[in-house]
Design a binder for this molecule. Structure first.
Ligand code: COA
Ligand code: AMP
Length: 632
């Protein structure tokens, strides 16, 4: 096992040598001419001139090397009771068939295809069928509202939409078609067709001339072969929340991503081909893209797709039931899921009722993991619990205790050390390095390793402005934190307006936009407040237009419903206060940061720039109540 320190040093001192070695593991239809090209983008483009195919890496390569009978995917639905195993050969056949159908309808490399599906095998088939043809997929999470879906359609202009008729949430069927219809009614762009997978739990009424029935259309289509694409061809666009109300379309290059994911599977997660890897997430998030689909499959592992929740479907033992039943070697989930389980099983007794003999480690990411939650998991599982840190933009972990390298001592509260490939620094407001132990902005020194975002979809200027201009020569992560004297990274949280609700990344700007669209709202502010299970939940402060005298209860209910419809139920927006005024600076900027700190239980000084200190004083009791009820 290589030692961490020398592996990391080599990756930083000689990135070209380091990554070209790892790139050899891929099947290159055409070899790359240059390992790292920084002439076109300061973040760097990897393996230029080469040609690969992501679906070939995920499926065909294994089938061709004799592993076709290995299980590629296990589907376990706590919602329907279904359990299904699909081998690499079977999955390839399904993917090639759907790709063949798409090809017959004229879909070619570079076309966009929007995927709107729950966690079911066909969602993976859809993603890989796109990759097979070089079509760029844009997966939209099922828990978003119509406006979020519409924004993604207009941004990517898909020729085709692949959707399921419904998703299944505890106690309710989420009908996708009414949401899709509502979204399309708001869109400039219309797709050529929508291919709909009818689920028996909630079949949909199809729109004639637009919607086609997947199960009638696809079977029997001639299988499509893999289409080689350039190394820097976008594999997908995945939108994520930024500091504005408009989500950012993260563009992922194909070859660098595959190289990085394969490296991470063994170096970070310590898994080998044939191991069973379970990322308990959703294909709509980056974790789903990287570690439910492309990472485990490219590495020849079995990936587990779980449709259900960690609690309530029907109990708090589902993580352990699924892990035992399918012999999971490594489990990855969000701390919020463990907090929810811990609440129902505070003594950690449920894991012992399941045979977790195969389980080697639990990885946590997506939000801050509080030390209590980590300690509970360590005690209950008696296995390494690794808190690791990354983001949609990076595509794979930036800091972790790498189990495939010589693991380091664990420091509670830290996400451990920078993963090989990442040069992590902490800078102060002037862009100067902060001494060990001091807090500042967490940045990544350019160029970025393979796998990280290359640009934003059709918005390269926005990409440069959002990530590269804050500190010249560095990528701005948006998180604050510190590197301690042992080189361990401690992530304190976002320094921008991104909030993290039950592991779901949202922007306060998106929620504010929904509130502001209500005809009675003059202005509003949304700030995060602590929540014992979800980590953070949004709180809305709304000022009404002059002359609005409607009863506040009805209005509040309308505002809550509006956020649910526009942004989605995942925003968990329930705490809405109608207030007389918002505190502002003399130049008219709402003091969100100050309110946020009061709601976090701090006692910040009243800013010198405040226009009227009384306004802030009026709000203090509301904000303090949020702080008091938050973490409890
Ligand atoms: N489609 C439609 N609706 C969805 C949805 C989806 N894919 N996912 C969530 N929702 C809805 C839920 O039904 C719920 O609606 P409700 O207000 O009617 O109850 C709402 O969005 C909030 O859902 P959720 O965030 O799942 O919260 P919860 O209170 O139902 O459950 C947890 C709490 C902690 C169990 C749950 O949030 C969880 O498992 N989180 C892990 C998240 C995760 O894996 N993130 C990926 C990063 S690794
Ligand atoms: P996402 O892009 O949805 O993966 O969200 C990324 C953001 O989640 C990061 O910028 C962090 O703010 C937060 N995050 C992810 N993992 C961790 C972690 N292990 N500890 C603290 N924050 C985290």
């Amino acid at each position: 096992m290589p030692d961490y320190a020398s592996e990391h040093r080599r990756s930083i001192d000689d990135p070209v040598g380091f990554w070209s070695e790892h790139a050899r593991a891929l099947h290159w239809y055409r070899p790359f001419e240059q390992v790292l090209d920084t002439s076109r983008s300061p973040t760097g483009r990897w393996f230029t001139g080469g040609q690969v195919n992501a679906c070939h890496e995920a499926l065909d390569r294994h089938v061709e090397s004799g592993a076709g009978e290995r299980v590629a995917l296990v589907y376990d639905s706590a919602m329907t009771g279904a359990i299904e195993s699909i081998t690499y050969a079977q999955l390839r056949a399904q993917v090639a068939e759907l790709a063949g159908w798409m090809q017959a309808r004229g879909i070619v490399a570079g076309d966009r295809v929007l995927i709107y599906m729950p966690v079911i095998p066909e969602a993976v088939v859809a993603m890989l069928a796109c990759a097979r043809l070089g079509a760029i997929h844009a997966v939209v999470f099922g828990g978003f509202g119509a406006r979020e879906v519409a924004t993604r359609i207009d941004d990517t202009e898909p020729r085709l939409i692949l959707a399921a008729s419904c998703g299944l949430e505890p106690g309710r069927v989420v009908e996708y078609l009414p949401l899709l219809n509502q979204a399309l009614a708001q869109c400039r762009h219309q797709p050529q067709a929508c291919l709909i997978l009818q689920r028996p739990q909630g079949p949909a009424a199809l729109t004639p001339g637009r919607d086609l029935d997947w199960r009638r259309e696809v079977p029997g289509s001639p299988p499509a072969a893999c289409v080689p694409v350039d190394a820097n061809h976008p594999l997908y666009v995945l939108h994520t929340s930024g500091t504005t109300g408009r989500p950012k379309g993260i563009v992922r290059d194909t070859a660098g991503y595959l190289v990085a994911l394969r490296y991470s599977m063994h170096a970070v997660y310590g898994v080998a081909p044939g191991d069973v890897f379970w990322a308990a997430s959703d294909i709509g998030w980056v974790v789903g893209h990287s570690y439910m689909v492309y990472g485990p499959l490219a590495h020849g592992c079995t990936t587990v797709l779980y449709e259900g929740k960690p609690v309530g479907t029907p109990d708090a033992a589902q993580l352990w039931r699924v892990a035992a039943r399918h012999g999971v070697n490594v489990l990855f989930t969000a701390p919020t899921a463990i907090r929810a389980v811990k609440r129902e099983d505070p003594r950690g007794e449920l894991p012992a009722a399941h045979d977790l003999g195969a389980l080697r480690a639990l990885f946590l990411a997506g939000e801050r993991a509080d030390p209590d939650t980590i300690a509970w998991a360590q005690r209950s599982l008696a296995r390494p619990v690794v808190d690791h840190w990354w983001q949609t933009e990076t595509g794979w972990p930036v800091a972790a205790n790498c189990l495939g390298l010589e693991p380091l001592p664990v420091k509670p509260g830290s996400v451990s050390v920078p993963v090989p490939g990442f040069d992590v620094r902490v800078l102060d407001e002037q862009g100067l390095p902060v001494a060990a132990g001091g807090t500042g902005s967490i940045v990544l020194k350019l160029p970025l390793p393979p796998g990280c975002l290359a640009t934003l979809w059709r918005d390269h200027e926005g990409f440069v402005a959002a990530y590269l201009t804050g500190f010249t020569g560095y990528y701005l992560t948006g998180d604050g934190g510190l590197l301690d004297t042992d080189g361990y990274l401690h992530v304190m949280g976002r320094i921008d307006d991104v909030i993290n609700v039950a592991g779901h990344r949202l922007s306060t700007g998106e929620i504010e936009q929904a509130l502001a669209s209500h005809p009675d709202v003059a202005e509003c502010a949304v700030i995060p407040v602590a929540d014992a299970i979800k980590g953070q939940v949004p709180m809305g402060l709304v000022v009404l237009k002059v002359g609005v005298t409607r009863p506040q209860d009805g209005l509040r209910a309308e505002l809550i419903a509006r956020v649910r419809d526009d942004v989605g139920p995942v925003a968990a927006f329930r705490d809405c206060h109608i207030v007389a005024r918002l505190p502002k600076t003399r130049s008219g900027k709402v003091l969100r940061g100050t309110m946020r700190r009061i709601a976090a239980g701090e006692n910040p000084a009243t800013p010198a720039t405040i226009d009227d200190p009384l306004v802030l004083d009026e709000l203090r009791p509301t904000l303090r109540r949020a702080a008091d009820s938050g973490g409890g």
